[in-house]
Design a protein around this ligand. Structure first.
Ligand SMILES: CC1=C(CCC(=O)O)c2cc3nc(cc4[nH]c(cc5[nH]c(cc1n2)c(C)c5CCC(=O)O)c(CCC(=O)O)c4C)C(CCC(=O)O)=C3C
Ligand SMILES: [Fe+2]
Length: 435
């Protein structure tokens, strides 16, 4: 019997990666900031966050848990495909993961990111990582020496890996608008409200702040399939040449793609918020939904660059200074699916300290993690993408009414900045059947 995820022969979870010990911190930080205009002062500051946790990022353990849960769910659905993890900035790198899958016989891989929302960082940049890894694979290297042109060249000369392999990798759509994401977020926020209630702060007195990773304003403008606000008209920007020379435009078999409904990084969050808030009102017995309040954490980049605001700490301070301050604050990191460094440092340490200094009761909602509803939705998304690859008709579901996001990334998807085509890099090619 064929695998439910056929025609794919392997699944790859794409993630950011993080240091596994003190000696990894600096090289990891160099990878994470290489060529990205992050000042040395910020590199030093974030390195201290990692050292505070013994140089071990929590992201590796969280990703291992997700990998385990996804493997179990796929096995329960009758799939025998290997499921691996590959990271952008630390071992196992995407190149190492693909080499491992290739050595096990995989030639057509289905990739899914741990990023729930589409943006350059969460979508296109992973496709660039894949393109680089596929290049290494094609010349016969395992890429174990890491990223960057020099490392790549060294890996090629060293030839540590097996022989050259041609592989095709496809990627699933963002999953912020799946039922699992909604369910997991609602459960976590209700639990955080309960935590404050136990401290004597009733739900009516709580102010909810949804939090996500800040990104540069130009990246926000580029963060939609049509090239975002930077594109002049239409879903596809005719000025943007195919990223892979000679590749035909991407078409989705069986999917009536209305890309005009595709929305930017911020709009994706607001879309989830708009369906989440009424669910919360109902679950918490509130007369009206909590206010829609989205704040940002983990700003990076030089001080003069514009990033999405308000910062979560500034937002807490503003609420505390309001004429009628709330009785307590629930901070819900809906932008992240796991408790990695941005959550355990920026929210559990920094933002909590801000709230405590202002005598503001504070509870941080859990991330979705391995919530069974999320794992179900992730497996559904893999199945959906496999059906598209088989040429079957699929109707992608969306809880937000604003999607569904494209199942196959259009060429113009998630640019680093709204109008800056010169910065477009090579991205992975899709398989023949999709184009
Ligand atoms: C949108 C987004 C997500 C969510 C989507 C996704 O999950 O992918 C995300 C996740 C993560 N970001 C992470 C870590 C870092 N991000 C950095 C820097 C940056 N992030 C950016 C954006 C995002 N980042 C951007 C625009 C930069 C500026 C430089 C650049 O344009 O790339 C830096 C450099 C130092 C700094 O400037 O903070 C670090 C160390 C970790 C791992 C945490 C751990 O170890 O537990 C994770 C999951
Ligand atoms: Fe980041």
């Amino acid at each position: 019997m064929s695998d439910p995820l056929a025609p794919y022969d392997a699944v790859l979870l794409l993630s950011y990666g993080g240091p596994q010990g003190p000696d990894d911190v600096l090289p990891f930080m160099r990878n994470a900031t290489a060529g990205r205009g992050v000042p040395d002062s910020r590199l030093a500051e974030v390195s201290v966050h990692y050292r505070r946790f013994g140089g071990v990022s929590p992201i590796n353990a969280r990703n291992a848990e997700l990998l385990g849960a996804l493997r179990a769910e796929l096995a329960a659905r009758g799939s025998r495909l290997p499921v691996a993890i590959g990271n952008r900035n630390w071992h196992p790198f995407v190149s190492e993961a693909l080499r491992g899958l290739a050595d096990a016989g995989a030639r057509r891989v289905l990739a899914m990111t741990t990023a729930a929302y589409g943006s350059y960082s969460g979508c296109r940049q992973y496709r660039e990582d894949l393109a680089g890894a596929l290049d290494l694979l094609a010349v016969g290297s395992d890429g174990a020496t890491g990223r960057g042109p020099e490392a790549d060249a060294a890996a090629r000369v060293g030839g540590a890996g097996g022989g050259p392999v041609e592989m095709v990798v496809d990627k699933t759509r963002p999953f912020y608008n799946t039922p699992g994401m909604l369910r997991a977020s609602a459960d976590a926020i209700v639990a955080a409200y309960d935590e404050l209630a136990a401290q004597g702060v009733p739900a009516e007195a709580v102010h909810l702040i949804l939090v996500t990773h800040s990104i540069p304003v130009p990246m926000e403008r580029g963060s939609a399939p049509g090239g975002g606000l930077g594109a002049e008209s239409g879903a596809f920007d005719p000025r943007c040449p195919p990223s892979v020379p000679g590749s035909p435009p991407v078409r989705e078999p069986g999917v009536a793609a209305d890309l005009s409904t595709e929305i930017s990084y911020v709009e994706q969050h607001l879309g989830l918020a708009r369906v989440l808030l009424p669910v919360l009102a109902q679950r918490l017995g509130l007369d009206s939904p909590p206010d829609l309040d989205l704040a940002y954490c983990s700003r990076s980049g030089p001080p003069q660059a514009r990033w999405l605001e308000p910062d979560i700490n500034d937002r807490i301070a503003a609420l505390a200074a309001a004429p009628e301050p709330p009785g307590g604050i629930v901070v819900a990191p809906i932008g992240f699916i796991a408790d990695h460094m941005e959550v355990v440092f920026d929210l559990d340490i920094e933002a909590r300290e801000t709230a405590e200094a202002l005598a503001m009761p504070y509870a941080r909602a859990a991330t979705a993690g391995t919530h069974p509803a999320l794992v179900t939705s992730l497996a559904d998304l893999l199945a959906e993408r496999a059906a598209v690859a088989r040429g079957e008709s699929v109707v992608p579901t969306s809880t937000t009414g604003a999607g569904p996001f494209h199942t196959v990334c259009p060429d113009s998807c998630c640019r680093p900045s709204g109008g800056d085509h010169a910065r477009d890099h090579r991205i992975t090619r899709h398989s023949e059947e999709d184009s």
